[in-house]
Ligand binder design. Structure first.
Ligand code: RIB
Ligand code: CA
Length: 315
């Protein structure tokens, strides 16, 4: 029996410790064919996200991975970054060597367009785990690619969990709400991992020690990153760990049974004085607006971390 074909994906990212774990999970999983990693300004400025993505690829022992730099600012708003969460480098928690592998010359937006035009229609899944500037810019520059995208599985938004950068908005959507509106209105099949679900995937002590207990360089890095990354959320929420946001996207590709949610209408607020960047999720279907996203609300956290450990230990 011929092996199941590997799923072609492009990860669009703003590393960030949780982005880094998502990239490691993807690179450790033979089911996935990472066509490229496109970097965007978000947690830290673009120069750092493009550097950090390569640091992570080299840590994974995959220096042949193609990494592209994309947009250095949101479509219409001034860039807002999150050094208060991720530290000055964006990967605070452990000092890793500067990357040797090159950054690709091509702009990330052009890579997205070219790849979606060249690969068979409906064969490429986009996995944005940062602000949606690159993806939306590609859609605006080349509308013909939109129907060619198989699915977009993204980390962003919030409803019951409300905001983390403002009282109403989650960071990835808040940084570039115009880009998010373009993506949510694109008609591409969407799976959304909001704070509602990522806040149920906490880096508890035992889970962090399980990474450290792998006794590998990668396991030590992941534990060190989560040690650093969790201090902000634990102080803010009084939780017993930090939400490991971005790996939820990759875990969904590997085992969707880990998650559950509802196919509902989700709109992005772009003009609210207090609510800009809010994802208005019609969880109770009261608006009669057309459903456009599978909005995930639940995760089997123990099985999620078991998958993470099982994969990370392969690197
Ligand atoms: O709000 C959480 C999201 O913002 C995550 O993707 C994190 O990496 C930051 O980009
Ligand atoms: Ca991110």
């Amino acid at each position: 029996m011929s092996p199941t074909p590997r799923r072609k994906i492009i990860i669009d990212t703003d590393p960030g410790q949780d982005d880094a774990v998502a990239i490691l999970l993807a690179l450790a999983s033979p089911e996935l064919d990472v066509l490229g990693i496109t970097c965007v300004a978000g947690n830290v400025p673009l120069a750092l996200t493009a550097k950090n993505a390569r640091i992570v690829c080299e840590l994974a022992g995959k220096p042949e991975t193609r990494v592209f730099a994309g947009c250095d600012a949101p479509m219409k708003r001034k860039l807002v970054t999150a050094e208060h969460v991720h530290g000055k480098t964006g990967l605070d928690g452990i000092a890793l060597p500067d990357p040797v592998m090159p950054l690709q010359d091509q702009h990330a937006v052009d890579f997205l367009i070219e790849t979606l035009r060249e690969e068979p229609e409906g064969s490429v899944t986009l996995c944005p785990v940062g602000p949606l500037t690159n993806v939306a810019t590609a859609m605006m520059k080349a509308p013909d690619i939109v129907p060619r995208i198989a699915e977009i599985v993204l980390m962003g938004g919030a409803y019951f969990a409300v905001g983390n950068i403002t009282p109403a908005a989650e960071f990835n959507i808040y940084v570039d709400p115009q880009a998010a509106e373009i993506v949510f209105k694109s008609g591409v099949p969407l799976v959304v991992m909001p704070l509602d679900v990522t806040h149920k995937a906490l880096t508890t002590r035992s889970r962090v020690e399980a990474f450290r207990g792998l006794g590998t360089r990668v396991g030590h890095a992941v534990a060190s990153w989560t040690d650093f990354f969790e201090r902000f959320d634990m102080a803010k929420y009084g939780s017993e760990g930090a939400p490991l946001h971005d790996p939820c996207v990759i875990a969904y590709l590997l085992d969707p049974s880990l998650f559950s949610g509802r196919h509902i209408n989700v709109e992005v607020e772009t003009e609210g004085r207090f609510t800009t960047g809010m994802t208005v999720a019609d969880w109770w279907r009261v608006s009669r607006r057309e459903p456009n996203a599978m909005f995930i609300g639940e995760i089997d956290a123990d099985r999620f971390y078991a998958l993470l450990i099982e994969r990370i230990c392969r690197l």
